[in-house]
Write a protein that binds this ligand. Structure first.
Ligand code: GDP
Ligand code: FE
Ligand code: FE
Length: 196
């Protein structure tokens, strides 16, 4: 894979920049998501370079401090309600601003897919779905339901989005933690695919 198109960097150069900002464990996860994104792109006739790069960068901001995220929310005048949430929501929605700053990434499709990778959206592009699902099913993931999610993803990206979102909403509700409104919008928009 070459990543010259969107960053002017080779894959090795992108890997070094990503490796520098996260733990080895998270770096391995990111490599797994890159691989899963490329496979899903091939299966769904999507650009593999774009999908792979989005996968490689999706958790770039995950290890920023809470204060770093609050500063980004202020500096870019983002919705102040974001301050009521935490790293889980921020690392995608706010993280894209860090990616733009550090790497100069400007491709709107890739940035949108990273922005949406945790919470989805009621109207997801093919790339949004690829990154959202790849994050959930990459080879390193090991949780109840992951085998079924992988099997579904081999047949239908929409159904995989629905399955993942329903599982995540159920998990969060079981934990008794707040669910971000856009996660529920994703659930409502895609749940019908579980019946098809
Ligand atoms: P990761 O970054 O690879 O660990 O995966 P994600 O970015 O998909 O998710 C990060 C965390 O956010 C996971 O623990 C999810 O369960 C959690 N999460 C996903 N959606 C929501 C939500 O709507 N609300 C809250 N509070 N957490 C969420
Ligand atoms: Fe993430
Ligand atoms: Fe991830």
């Amino acid at each position: 894979m070459t990543y010259e198109t969107y960053l002017g960097l080779s894959r090795e150069e992108v890997l070094e920049k990503v490796r520098a900002v996260m733990s080895e464990k998270r770096f391995q996860h990111v490599l797994g998501v890159e691989k899963a994104c490329v496979a899903l792109a091939e299966a769904n006739a999507y650009d593999t370079e774009k999908a792979g790069l989005a996968g490689l960068l999706h958790d770039y901001a995950k290890e920023l401090s809470d204060q770093d995220f609050v500063d980004l929310i202020d500096r870019y005048s983002l919705d102040t309600d974001l301050k009521n949430w935490g790293n889980n929501i921020w690392h995608g929605v706010v993280g894209i601003y860090k990616i733009k700053e550090d790497l100069g990434l400007e491709d709107p499709d890739i940035l949108q897919a990273i922005e949406r990778h945790t919470i989805g959206s009621s109207q997801m592009s093919t790339l949004d779905k690829i990154v959202y699902v790849a994050d959930y099913i990459e080879d390193g993931r090991n949780f109840p339901g992951v085998a079924e999610a992988r099997e579904i993803a081999r047949h239908s990206l929409n159904r995989a989005v629905a399955y993942e979102t329903a599982s995540t909403v159920a998990y969060l509700a079981k934990q008794g933690v707040p669910i971000y409104p856009r996660t529920l919008e994703t659930y409502n928009a895609y749940v019908r695919y579980l019946k098809e």
